[in-house]
Design a binder for this molecule. Structure first.
Ligand SMILES: NC(=O)c1ccc[n+]([C@@H]2O[C@H](COP(=O)([O-])OP(=O)(O)OC[C@H]3O[C@@H](n4cnc5c(N)ncnc54)[C@H](O)[C@@H]3O)[C@@H](O)[C@H]2O)c1
Length: 265
């Protein structure tokens, strides 16, 4: 049995992860953390409703994460919170020898710190997008960039009105993947006023309604264009991938791994 702790337990992703853990015959939820509604049954947050199979686990105060990881000894911590919080949660997991699945995005300012904390201490899977489709999408971008990298490239992403960071981690990874193939590219975020196109990748973020997550990469040439697009229909695309990563990370060597390793891409 894989024992699991979840941070961001009352969030859209956290509550769905808890529901998935509850439905997995090989997993058991042993701790759940958030910063509000401490003591309430887990899963009763903004996401999937009261999580089935969450047992009698209640929401614990995230401030107590260190002590509670020590007393509940989970095998893996799954974190979908905010970047500021994720760093402390990663530290608590490492201090307690707990493997990590980290889905929180907007981690760019903390990337080095997180890498230093994890180092060779525990196995961790960190991915800005846990969906199988998006990981294949990144792979398709690699191939397209190798053939038509001299075309104009624009990335457009759309998410729900509550998403805090922009552009999305998935869009940034798409830019990174393409830029690496092309030996480095300037990134231009939105355009305004007089903004002639240079040798750049344009990145645009749309926020509205309940859009789960759309990513479009446009390769525009003279007289033709190719659009590579991924659309998430439900957050289960991410939750399912995170659960898969939690199983995989149990047998992984210490250090940071990507979802492409989990999926064998
Ligand atoms: N990697 C992926 O596949 C993927 C997919 C979807 C969302 N995300 C990312 O996951 C994160 C969460 O997304 P969401 O839509 O669930 O957001 P959300 O706002 O619905 O949930 C975040 C939860 O974290 C809680 N929280 C904040 N600080 C905390 C702390 N210190 N300890 C514990 N809990 C804390 C909040 O109270 C909230 O309940 C975001 O960064 C989002 O971009 C990643």
């Amino acid at each position: 049995m894989i024992t699991v702790a979840v941070t961001g337990a009352l969030g859209r992703m956290g509550s769905l992860i808890i529901e998935n853990v509850g439905g997995a015959p090989d997993m058991e939820l042993v701790a759940a953390f958030d910063i509000h509604d401490i003591g309430m049954p887990v899963g009763a947050g903004t996401g999937a409703g009261v999580a089935a199979g969450a047992g009698d686990v209640r929401v614990s105060d995230a401030l107590l994460i260190d002590a509670l990881l020590a007393s509940t000894s989970p095998d893996v911590l799954i974190d979908f919170t905010i970047a500021d919080a994720a760093v402390g949660n990663v530290r608590a997991a490492v201090d307690n020898g707990v493997a990590i699945v980290l889905g929180t995005t907007g981690l760019e300012p903390y990337q080095e710190e997180i890498a230093e904390i994890i180092a060779g201490n525990v196995p961790a899977v960190i991915a800005p997008n846990f969906s199988v489709g998006v990981n294949v999408f990144w792979k398709l971008l690699l191939e397209a960039a190798a053939y038509i990298g001299d075309w104009d490239i624009e990335i457009v992403e759309a998410h729900h009105r509550h998403k805090k960071d922009a552009p999305s981690g998935t869009a940034m990874r798409a830019a990174d993947v393409i830029s690496k193939v092309l030996g480095g590219k300037e990134l231009v975020y939105g355009r305004e006023g007089i903004a002639p196109r240079g040798d750049e990748i344009g990145i645009h973020a749309i926020r509205g309604g309940d859009i789960i997550g759309d990513h479009l990469v446009l390769f525009a040439g003279d007289g033709e264009r190719i659009e590579i697009k991924h659309q998430a229909h439900s957050r289960q695309a991410f939750a399912g991938g995170a659960i898969r990563a939690a199983r995989w990370v149990m047998d992984a060597p210490p250090g940071i791994h990507g979802m492409e390793e989990v999926l064998g891409l």
